[in-house]
Design a protein around this ligand. Structure first.
Ligand code: ARG
Length: 475
């Protein structure tokens, strides 16, 4: 069914209809479309554009349609162009020509952007819930490894010893920022475009503020042209989702590396691994690899929308129909990926002996020697050079720093007295970094406790946003 026709002498060519059609992908907006229509109907009855009796009929038909959509009894057909025309067809089927009254005072231009925003509010909350599960998985694993000392890396080379709990919980912090970005998105984007009409507002919608409130928005947008043109909210959402995707990709890379035969730091559970069709011995870290691989499409989706928007004239242009698929794809993919990554993290078994064994190798305590000398007022550049000489000496003699004898130390520099040995101990070196954000067990444990508080605050905020939404939907 087309939503126009009066001035046309023929319907669209098949090729035109095929190009125009968005219903296969925008059908998921149907529940929000019904919600907006219900709110709009109240307005039409109040404005006496629709009589009370007809209003009751249309309302009953809309509610019935919502049930039929939920059960699959009503869906789109080949002739439907988009979700808006499909639902108008369904409404007219249920209550006759009067169903067409719903179109007064609104346009698909403000309708589509309102539906889309409502969808995003709903689904970003679901993404936030899934991220919170992953943070909890990392926190649990981190707490189990507070006593484990591991080599810390820079440039993928041994750098300094660290608490392994800190290595694991670093991910919780970046993921928590992702949740924060979702709340930030909600704060900024909770303004309703509904009432903008085609572009100029509508005399039949004198109180868009009320519809906004009934739809759960915090207020209305200030300029109707901006309201139908704005897709910043979709681009911002795609950035937020791409950032989550990039975090998952870095987690994936870490698990690929750690689970390799050469590293042997982690055993990924069978439930989160795959085998090979030809090599019976293989166990592959596919969750981690897909987490790394999918970041390509998250970044691509963001780029694709920004390119659609660049240079686009204001108010509605059909180009804007290209805004939804990238968003739906990023949301769908993250909702598939996040639970799998959480499962992989939660069930992973870390090989403590190999991890701690590596901490002492690679001269990771050389900085301690430099710090020891710096505390004796040797300029750090000089202290660094002397510590480097210790490393060179050990490398040549095939020993570790803590195997240097007192006389060898003194021969490298007279200030390298035997007290330096105290610092050439992994536990001591780690424990000495006890300031905020440091790697000492005490600091890491405090940071994890703080994380746990923040994640339960985030969970509460997600629930209260959700309660608010479901209240609106059941109206
Ligand atoms: N299906 C369109 C979209 O997704 C909405 C319809 C607006 N179409 C129009 N010709 N004004 O953007």
């Amino acid at each position: 069914m087309t939503l126009w026709g009066g001035r046309f002498e023929s319907g669209p060519a098949d090729a035109m209809a095929a190009l125009s059609r968005s219903v296969e992908f925008d059908w998921r907006l149907a529940p929000y479309e019904i919600e907006v229509n219900l709110v709009h109907l109240n307005n039409l009855v109040e404005q006496q554009i629709v009589g009370k009796e007809d209003g009751a009929k249309i309302k009953a038909a809309l509610l019935e349609l919502a049930t039929d959509i939920g059960s699959g009894k009503f869906s789109y057909i080949a002739e439907d162009e988009d979700v808006h025309s499909a639902i108008e067809r369904g409404l007219i089927q249920k209550c006759g020509e009067i169903g067409g009254a719903i179109r007064a005072g609104r346009s698909r231009n403000d309708l589509v952007v309102t539906d889309f925003k409502l969808y995003l509010i709903d689904y970003l909350l679901e993404v936030a819930t899934q991220i919170s599960e992953l943070v909890k998985a990392f926190n649990l694993q981190a707490e189990k490894h507070l006593d484990l000392i591991a080599p810390g890396f820079t440039h993928t080379q041994h750098a300094q010893p660290i608490t392994f709990a800190q290595e694991l919980s670093k991910h919780s912090h970046s993921l928590l920022r992702d949740i924060d970005r979702i709340f930030d998105w909600l704060d900024r984007n909770s303004l309703s475009p509904f009432g903008a009409g085609a572009l100029a507002g509508s005399s039949i919608q004198p109180k868009p503020e009320r519809a906004a409130k009934e739809l759960g928005f915090a207020g209305v947008m200030a300029n109707s042209i901006d309201a139908v043109s704005d897709r910043d909210f979709a681009a911002e959402a795609l950035f937020v989702l791409a950032m989550v995707g990039v975090h998952l990709s870095r987690i994936g890379e870490e698990f690929v590396l750690w689970s390799s035969t050469e590293f042997n730091w982690v055993k990924i559970a069978d439930e989160y691994s795959t085998g090979s069709s030809i090599m019976p011995q293989k166990k592959n870290a596919d969750v981690a690899e897909l987490a790394r691989g999918k970041s390509g499409r998250f970044i691509g989706n963001l780029t694709s929308l920004l390119v659609v928007l660049k240079g686009l004239p204001f108010a509605y242009n059909r180009d804007l129909q290209e805004d939804k698929e990238p968003v739906f794809d990023s949301v769908d993919q993250l909702l598939i990926l996040l639970p799998a990554v959480s499962g992989m993290v939660l069930t992973a078994q870390f090989n403590k002996a190999v991890i701690s064994g590596g901490a002492a190798t690679g001269f990771s305590l050389a900085t301690e020697i430099a710090d020891f000398l710096a505390k004796k007022q040797i300029p750090f550049s000089k202290a660094h050079e002397i510590a480097g000489e210790c490393v060179k000496f050990c490398e040549k003699s095939g020993i570790e720093l803590n195997q240097l004898t007192d006389s060898q130390l003194l021969s490298i520099h007279p200030l390298l007295t035997k007290e330096v040995r105290e610092f050439l101990d992994l536990t001591g070196a780690v424990a000495s970094r006890s300031s905020a954000m440091g790697t000492a067990q005490k600091s890491v444990s405090a940071a994890i406790n703080q994380l746990k508080k923040e994640i339960s605050k985030a969970d509460e905020a997600i629930t209260s946003h959700r309660d608010h939404l479901s209240g609106i939907i059941s109206q």
